[in-house]
Design a protein around this ligand. Structure first.
Ligand SMILES: Nc1ncnc2c1ncn2[C@@H]1O[C@H](COP(=O)(O)OP(=O)(O)OP(=O)(O)O)[C@@H](O)[C@H]1O
Length: 301
C-alpha cells in the first residue's frame, strides 16, 4: 500500500515557490529519507503531509486519506524540528495527555507513555519536568511522543541535529528497532546516518524534487565499490595498479583517501580477490570497503 502519494504538489509563500510541482510516491517498508540543502522545502513538505497547511495547488494523500483528515488521527505522528515540551508538566503526564489526544483512555495512554519511555531509555526520567533534561534527552522524549500508539507513519524532522554522538546513537538504534513497526520519513543533513537507516531517498532542491532513488539497489550489472584507504597519501600509484584489473570499468577519486570503483558484478568474487592483491602489491592498507556508492556520491556526482 502507498503511504504517501503527492501529485504536482506546490506551496508558494507570496512569490517564493517553497515547493514547485512535486510528485512522488512512498511505499511501505524501510524508512524514507528526505534530503536537501537549507531552504529546499523539506519542512514545508512535512507541514503539508501533516495537514498543518494546505497546498497552493496539487494533491497529497496519506494512507489513502487527504492530508489533515480526521481519519489520520492516531495513524500518523510527527516530530517537528523545533518541538517543545511544556516546562511545567512531568514527562509522564505530558506523554499520557498526548496519548489521550489520540483517543486512548487514560489507563491505556499511561501504559503507552511508560512503554515509549522504555523504548527511548528514559524510564528513570518519567517523573522529571523537561527543565531537568539535557537537550539530547528532551529530543528522545519528543521521539517517544511520536511513537505513542505505534502510528503507521512517523515523520522525524532532523531527529539527531545538534545533539551529542551518544544520544544520536541511541536515537538511531531505536529507529532501527522500530522501523519494521512504523513507516518513518526522516529529514536530515546527515547522509551517513540516512544511509544506515533508510532505503529510499527523496532529494529536494529549490522546491523541486531532483531525485528519488533507492539507496541500496543497483541499477545495472556494473556495481560500485567505495574503497577508503588508510592515510591520505598520493593515491596515483594505487589507482594505476587498480586500473590494470580488467574487471574494473571506471575509477574515480572521490576524496583524498577514497576511491569509487565501477566493476563487472558478474565476477564480483574475482574482482575482490584481485583488488586485495593490488593493495598487497602496493603495500596499501584499507580502512573500509563499502559495496556500492556512498549516498553523497549517488546524489552529487
Ligand atoms: N512561513 C513562511 N513564510 C514565508 N516563507 C517561508 C515560510 N516558511 C518557509 N519559507 C521559505 O520557503 C522555503 C523553504 O523553506 P523550508 O523551511 O521548507 O526549507 P527546509 O528545506 O526545511 O530548510 P532547512 O534545512 O533550513 O530547515 C525557504 O525559502 C523559506 O525561506
Amino acid at each position: 500500500m502507498s503511504i504517501i502519494v503527492a501529485k504536482s504538489l506546490s506551496k508558494h509563500y507570496g512569490t517564493n515557490k517553497a515547493l514547485d510541482q512535486v510528485s512522488f510516491e512512498i511505499e511501505d517498508g524501510l524508512p524514507t529519507a528526505l534530503v536537501g540543502p537549507n531552504g529546499a522545502g523539506k519542512t514545508t513538505l512535512f507541514k503539508l503531509i501533516c495537514g498543518f497547511m494546505a497546498p497552493t495547488s496539487g494533491e497529497i494523500e496519506i494512507l489513502g486519506h487527504k492530508a489533515g483528515s480526521n481519519s489520520l488521527i492516531s495513524k500518523m505522528s510527527a516530530l517537528p524540528q523545533d518541538s517543545l515540551l511544556d516546562p511545567n508538566l512531568a514527562i509522564i503526564t505530558q506523554l499520557t495527555q498526548f496519548g489521550q489526544l489520540q483517543g486512548l483512555s487514560h489507563t491505556k495512554a499511561k501504559h503507552e507513555a511508560i512503554k515509549v519511555l522504555e523504548i527511548v531509555e528514559l524510564t528513570d526520567a518519567a517523573k522529571e519536568k523537561p527543565t531537568a533534561l539535557s537537550h539530547g534527552m528532551a529530543k528522545r522524549v519528543a521521539i517517544a511522543q511520536s511513537l505513542i500508539g505505534e502510528p503507521e507513519l512517523i515523520l522525524l524532522d532532523e531527529p539527531t541535529a545538534g545533539i551529542d554522538p551518544s544520544n544520536a546513537k541511541t536515537i538511531r538504534t531505536l529507529i532501527t528497532e522500530q522501523r519494521t513497526k512504523s513507516k518513518f520519513l526522516i529529514s536530515s543533513h546527515n547522509l551517513d546516518e540516512l544511509e544506515k537507516l533508510c532505503d529510499q531517498v527523496l532529494y529536494l532542491d529549490n522546491g523541486q524534487l531532483q531525485q528519488s532513488l533507492s539507496i541500496h539497489q543497483h541499477s545495472d550489472s556494473f556495481e560500485f565499490l567505495t574503497l577508503t584507504l588508510k592515510g591520505s597519501e598520493n593515491l596515483k600509484p594505487i589507482i594505476k595498479e587498480i586500473q590494470k584489473i580488467p574487471l574494473v570499468s571506471n575509477i574515480v577519486q572521490t576524496q583524498s583517501n577514497e576511491l569509487s570503483l565501477q566493476y563487472d558484478s558478474e565476477h564480483s568474487l574475482d574482482f575482490e580477490v584481485q583488488l586485495l592483491t593490488c593493495l598487497h602489491k602496493k603495500q596499501c592498507q584499507y580502512q573500509s570497503i563499502y559495496k556500492g556508492k556512498r549516498l553523497e556520491d549517488k546524489l552529487f556526482s
